[in-house]
Write a protein that binds this ligand. Structure first.
Ligand code: UDP
Ligand code: MG
Length: 327
């Protein structure tokens, strides 16, 4: 029998002291179950990525690492956001394991879907998307905006798996190629499909957060959605040209009408209509400039080539100050 694959579960954690002690043993149990079922190697790990938490999250992670060798952790030098935290974990894992599964640490995503994910991998798939079969536990608002977002994304030409967030299995082989995608504006769920390889989906039901609070208020959700659209699609820019052309034609028609009205001697009635047209065009121009500005801003950030994550500590090596001891 071929060697069993090493699985690393990659878990971003930001201010999660309330939920981590509850969910960490669940992840460990899953590793043990999969190992006992003969599907993965005992060298598999649960990797926590502390995303610059301000509470006791990192202390909890280092304690866990002392308790059981399956728990390991890395610490980011500051908070950089969910996507960058997952990326840091995946890049850390890619040379040390065969498969990764990224999942949030709040227990919302059903960890039992991992069995099916690993089965799909053993069956030859390199990427397995975890897809929510229903969204009963989300509020009406979150459900509507989220599902609308996936539809808009796809209409704009970005390949995003419907109702799939960041719960997915990726093989180390795919990650090696993904490492060549060097962009700074990252939107993982839209980028992974671009790497290619054989992919499939498994379905699970999403539960409520076990403890703690969501870190995705409306503001961050909108930012993520906008980032996703502008990172993956240039259609909004084309759309602007279309809208511009349309309103230029309307403007032309209005101008002809205004001239005719003037010739007929009815010009006093013009104030309201002019004001409307000015406002409408002004608004459209500002929106258009804003969208173009977003793309220019992105280009600006990309040209800086700043690092996407910086790891300040690891639970498995202490590389601090060893030069002092050598003296
Ligand atoms: N997270 C992170 N950095 C951040 C915000 C969130 O690493 O700046 C992590 C968080 O700890 C959790 C996951 O990303 O594991 C998803 O966040 P959350 O559950 O708050 O979002 P929601 O599920 O409500 O969309
Ligand atoms: Mg959550």
């Amino acid at each position: 029998m071929a060697a069993r694959p090493i699985l690393w579960i990659v878990i971003p954690c930001y201010n999660e002291e309330a939920v981590l002690p509850i969910t960490a043993p669940m992840f460990l149990q899953k590793i043990c179950d999969l190992r006992d079922a003969g599907k993965i190697s005992d060298s598999s790990r649960v990797l926590f990525v502390n995303d610059g938490s301000r509470d006791k999250t990192w202390e909890i992670i280092t304690d866990l690492a002392k308790q059981d060798a399956h728990y390991i952790g890395i610490c980011q030098s500051r908070n950089r956001g969910h996507q960058n935290a997952v990326l840091a974990g995946l890049m850390e894992a890619k040379d040390r394991c065969d498969i990764t599964i990224s999942i949030d640490c709040d227990g919302q995503d059903d960890i039992n879907a991992m069995d099916a994910m690993v089965d799909e991998y053993l069956g030859g798939c390199e990427v397995v998307y975890g897809v929510r079969s229903k969204r009963d536990t989300d509020t009406w608002f979150k459900r509507t905006t989220a599902e609308g977002f996936y539809k808009v994304m796809n209409a704009l030409g970005a390949e995003v798996v419907f109702n799939h967030a960041d719960y997915r299995l990726i093989s180390a082989r795919v990650l090696q190629h993904f490492a060549d995608f060097e962009e700074v504006n990252i939107f993982l769920r839209g980028m992974i499909p671009l790497v290619g390889f054989k992919a499939t989906s498994v379905y699970y039901e999403r539960a409520e957060r076990i403890a703690g609070e969501s870190h995705y208020p409306l503001r961050k959700m909108l930012a993520l959605a906008f980032n996703g659209i502008t990172s993956l699609s240039v259609k909004p820019i084309n759309l602007i040209s279309g809208v511009g052309a349309f309103f230029s034609l309307v403007g032309l028609a209005l101008a002809v009408w205004a001239v005719i009205e003037a010739i007929l001697g009815n010009t006093v009635a013009g104030w309201t209509s002019i004001l409307c047209v000015v406002c409408l065009l002004g608004g459209i121009q500002l929106i258009s400039l804003g969208v173009i500005g977003q793309y220019i801003g992105k280009t600006y950030m990309e040209t800086k080539r700043r690092p996407r994550y910086i790891i300040s500590e690891r639970t498995w090596e202490d590389n601090k100050r060893h030069w002092i001891e050598e003296e």
